[in-house]
Structures are given as structure tokens and as C-alpha cells.
Write a protein that binds this ligand. Structure first.
Ligand code: C2O
Ligand code: CU
Length: 525
């Protein structure tokens, strides 16, 4: 077993192991090698050089924090297409319009293998960032795809097998926002009134450096939990607003923490979008469950408040169901004398996520549209397996999280993981929770994510709360202990090997991930 210092060194997130300043020019040198891989039949509207690199950012007073970071440079496109978040370790926000052709020349400049996945985007298999496409330091992978998604909040992050958790934790993540004509017509708050908020949790040591897992297997089983909540890479985040309506896009970019989001004063949350873009119409919730990988978009109208008002978005306490693993993980950590305060803020603890200060008056009145878009609901009766869902049991086996008892193998796909192109299927995720015995040791939430597809939630069973929004398109769905969730997913356009996995990044890294294969139909189906 490796100790914490060694692990951090391998993960590259420890101060001493950082190679800050080792920044290679983006398009020169190594980028030039990539030029030979560019397709001469692809004419991009947007061309970006993106690199992953060690860097340092000021997060707290004193020492800067060593991170791994995505940095971008525009080769073709306009300023709005690529926006840095000032002072944040997060990667630049990439913005594209539906139908645009995007080229991204990704260069790996971190001392580890990596590859980038465009979470939520519907792209060909070779563009999806499967771990089989990892590149070593110094190499470039060229992505070329057309944006076919609806307007919405998508994101990008690394996806090397077994290393996604530490790399995302080290800072590698960014937003990919898609716009379309339907969204423009909806007349939602835009420009500086359209705000993205990436929520993550971290642990810092007393030199302001990131602390990840100790290497303890039980910690990995539970997933990483930090004791500092960061929004857009900043602790104690305050959002200054005017007395008017805003569009707030929230991404849970945490490794394994789930948030039960609510307004501090109990006002209803007005949801206008989910993973795959805008809903048809607003829906109201008293709170929202937001699991790793999920996004939600809110309509937040501060016009009823006086200037000077302070409010907040909080995470309410909830039962994360990790009775066994959670408690045992904590016990072993303390027993083992491992530092880091992560378990002082367990999954399901209550805390403030971000403050909102109403700082200035703005007379703009915007009313909440009654309709944003149209969503064609899939019908279970149109599926190839309406009464016989393809089932995926989520449970522990040999002290590892599995899907149907299996763990990830780079190129393997089982017979029951093969689907046919141009078909609609019912899939069912079953969180078997404590049903395996051993005193509930296996009770953990699992946010399940499918690559390449947006799906619809058909039915949930065993649900004991009301914080889900299933009215729109989803690519990640939280399956709490004891829950069974049926989704409808249609396989179209792109054949090949794609991933589905738990988006608790420590579960994913330990193999709670599998391939599924979309096989081309040959006219007989
Ligand atoms: Cu956001 Cu395969 O993940
Ligand atoms: Cu999981």
C-alpha cells in the first residue's frame, strides 16, 4: 500500500511534485505534430487548442495551490467561444451553437496519461474520450465533431481508466455550453445574467495544497469527500446579483458528494433545465438532489428583494444510506491516523453551498416564460423490450463496486451489453443497497451515467424523497440505495463502443464502469 505522500506524488497534486512553470506553448512545438492528424475534409467553425498542464492558482492567502488545469487558446472562432474563469483552476468555458463544427486539439502536458470526455455530448465513439484513447504526456489528440445537442450545460473532464478521480480532483474540468435557436426564442436571462456555478469539494493541507485519498481501500469504496465547498474553484463563494431575474446553471463537479440543494429561506426552486437542456416548462421543487456529473438550470428572480438582502443556496442534510461503508471508512481512517478532515463533512451533512448578495438595483423586469421548448416523450411501447428491461444490478462483489457483478475491462463487452442502432430500449438500474446482507455495508448512492446519449426517465421505484427532476433529458441519474430506475434510451447515429458507469469517480476508477456496444443494423431489424 502506498502512503499519502507517495500517492499525491503519483497523482501530481502535491505541492512538491508539481511542475509549475513547465508550460509548453500551445500551438507551437508539440501542437505542430498534431497538424498532420487533422482531417482535410473537416471545416471547423470553432478550432481550439486545449491542453492539460500543471499550474498554480491562488485559492487562499499565502501559498498558491498546485493544480492540473485545462488551458485553452482560440485558433478559430470568436471571443465568446472560449472564456476563462478568472482566478479559477477550472478550464475555460467553451461555447458553441448547435450545428457548429468543432475541432479541439488536445495536448497532454501532465505527467500522466489522459484523455478528454465531453460529458453529455452526442459524438462519434472515437470523439468520446474512451480510456482506450489515452495519450501520454507530450502527445496530442484531435477531436472533430458537429454539435448535435440541444442547448444546455454540458462539461468536459479527463477519462483515463483508474485515474479520473485524481485528475478531476486536481482541477481538470470545464464547461461546454451549447446554444440553439429554440433557446434564443425562449428569451431567458443572458450575458452576465446567465451564470454557471460549478460545485466541488476539496481538502487542503496547511500549505494550501490539495489532499486526495490516502490509498485506503475503504475510503475508495466510499468515495472522496472534502471538507471545503468550492464554487467555480473558490471557497466561501458569494454571488453578487441585481434585483432582477437570472439563469443559474449548476454543475455538480464533485468526485462523490451529493447535494440536496435548496434556497436558504425555503423559497421554491424553479427548475428550467436538466442535463440535456431546457425543460418544456418550469417545474417547482422544495429541494433538488444533484449527484456528481448532473446539471440543473434554475430561474432565480431576485427582484422581490431589497438591495442589501443576503440569501444562500444550501445543501440540506439527508440520509446518504452509507451506514456500513461510511461508518467503517471513517472508523478505519481515524484508527489509521490518516489526516484530512473529509469525514468531518460526511455525504448528507448540511452546509451552505454559496452565498447570494443582492448588491444593486436593476429595473429590468423579465417574467418566467411559460414554455421554453418541446420535448418529444419516448413511449415505452415503442421500445424493443417494453416489458423486459435490460437490467443493471449495482452491488459490491469481492470488496469492489460492480455492475451486474462485473468491473471494467478496456475492450470487453458482454453479450447483454450489445444494443442495435436505431432502437429504443428500456434499461433499469437497480441499487441493491443493503439487500446483499452484511449489515447494510453495501448501501451507497450510485449516479449512473451513459456516454453519448441523452435519455428519459421512465419510472422510479423505491424513492423516498422528492428532489428529482425527470421532466427533461438526462445523461446521469442518481440511484439511491434501494431505488430502481427505468430509463428509455435510443441508440442513433453513431455505432461503436461507449461507456456507462457510476459517476462517483472513486467507484468509476475502481471499475464500476463497463462498455456497451452499438451495433449497426444491416437492414434486417
Ligand atoms: Cu462525466 Cu464517463 O463521465
Ligand atoms: Cu457508485
Amino acid at each position: 500500500m502506498i502512503d499519502r505522500r507517495q500517492f499525491l506524488k503519483i497523482a501530481g497534486v502535491g505541492g512538491a511534485s508539481l511542475l509549475a512553470g513547465d508550460i509548453v506553448s500551445l500551438v507551437g512545438g508539440k501542437g505542430a505534430v498534431a497538424a498532420s492528424n487533422l482531417s482535410d475534409k473537416f471545416f471547423p467553425d470553432l478550432d481550439i487548442a486545449l491542453k492539460a498542464t500543471p499550474s498554480e492558482v491562488p485559492i487562499f492567502p499565502g501559498n498558491p495551490t498546485g493544480v492540473w488545469q485545462f488551458q485553452g487558446k482560440l485558433i478559430k472562432g470568436s471571443r465568446e467561444n472560449l472564456a476563462n474563469i478568472e482566478g479559477s483552476y477550472l478550464g475555460p468555458i467553451i461555447r458553441a451553437h448547435r450545428g457548429q463544427k468543432v475541432r479541439i486539439r488536445f495536448t497532454n502536458d501532465i505527467p500522466d496519461e489522459t484523455i478528454v470526455h465531453w460529458h453529455g455530448l452526442h459524438v462519434p465513439a472515437a470523439m468520446d474520450g474512451h480510456p482506450r484513447f489515452v495519450i501520454p504526456r507530450g502527445e496530442t489528440y484531435v477531436y472533430e465533431f458537429e454539435v448535435r445537442n440541444r442547448a444546455g450545460t454540458y462539461w468536459y473532464h479527463p477519462h483515463p481508466h483508474g485515474r479520473t478521480g485524481p485528475q478531476v480532483y486536481g482541477g481538470m474540468a470545464g464547461l461546454f455550453l451549447v446554444s440553439d435557436d429554440e433557446e434564443t426564442a425562449a428569451g431567458l436571462p443572458s450575458g452576465e445574467y446567465d451564470i454557471s456555478l460549478v460545485i466541488q469539494d476539496r481538502i487542503f493541507d496547511n500549505l494550501n495544497q490539495l489532499v486526495y485519498l490516502s490509498g485506503n481501500h475503504m475510503e475508495q469504496m466510499a468515495g472522496f469527500l472534502g471538507d471545503r465547498i468550492l464554487v467555480n474553484g473558490q471557497p466561501d463563494f458569494i454571488l453578487p446579483v441585481a434585483t432582477r431575474a437570472y439563469r443559474l446553471r449548476l454543475l455538480n463537479g464533485s468526485n462523490s458528494r451529493i447535494y440536496k440543494l435548496a434556497w436558504q429561506d425555503g423559497s421554491p426552486i424553479i427548475v428550467i433545465g436538466t442535463d440535456g437542456g431546457l425543460l418544456e416548462k418550469p417545474v417547482y421543487r422544495s429541494y433538488l438532489m444533484l449527484a456528481p456529473g448532473e446539471r440543473v438550470e434554475l430561474w432565480a428572480d431576485f427582484s422581490r428583494y431589497p438591495v442589501g438582502k443576503e440569501t444562500a443556496i444550501v445543501s440540506l442534510p439527508f440520509d446518504a444510506g452509507m451506514t456500513g461503508v461510511g461508518r467503517m471508512g471513517r472508523g478505519m481512517m481515524m484508527g489509521g491516523g490518516i489526516m484530512g478532515g473529509g469525514q468531518s463533512l460526511p455525504n448528507g451533512a448540511g452546509f451552505t453551498v454559496l452565498g447570494v448578495h443582492v448588491n444593486w438595483s436593476d429595473k429590468t423586469t423579465l417574467s418566467l416564460p411559460e414554455n421554453f421548448s418541446t420535448i418529444k416523450r419516448y413511449r415505452a411501447s415503442d421500445a424493443v423490450n417494453p416489458g423486459y428491461p435490460r437490467t443493471f444490478g449495482l452491488f459490491m462483489r469481492h470488496m469492489t463496486w460492480t455492475i451486474n457483478g462485473r468491473t471494467f475491462q478496456m475492450n470487453a463487452v458482454a453479450n447483454d451489453e450489445k444494443v442495435r442502432m436505431e432502437t429504443l430500449e428500456v434499461w433499469e438500474f437497480i441499487n441493491q443497497g443493503g439487500s446483499m446482507g452484511m449489515m447494510g455495508m453495501m448501501d451507497m448512492p450510485h449516479p449512473m451515467h451513459l456516454h453519448g446519449k441523452q435519455f428519459q426517465v421512465l419510472e422510479r421505484g423505491g424513492v423516498r424523497h422528492s428532489g428529482y427532476v425527470d421532466e427533461g433529458w438526462k445523461d446521469t441519474v442518481l440511484v439511491m440505495p434501494g431505488e430502481r430506475i427505468k430509463i428509455l434510451v435510443r441508440f442513433e447515429d453513431y455505432p461503436g463502443l461507449f461507456l456507462y458507469h457510476c459517476h462517483n469517480l472513486e467507484h468509476e476508477d475502481m471499475g464500476m464502469m463497463r462498455n456497451y456496444l452499438i451495433e449497426e443494423t444491416t437492414g434486417s431489424a
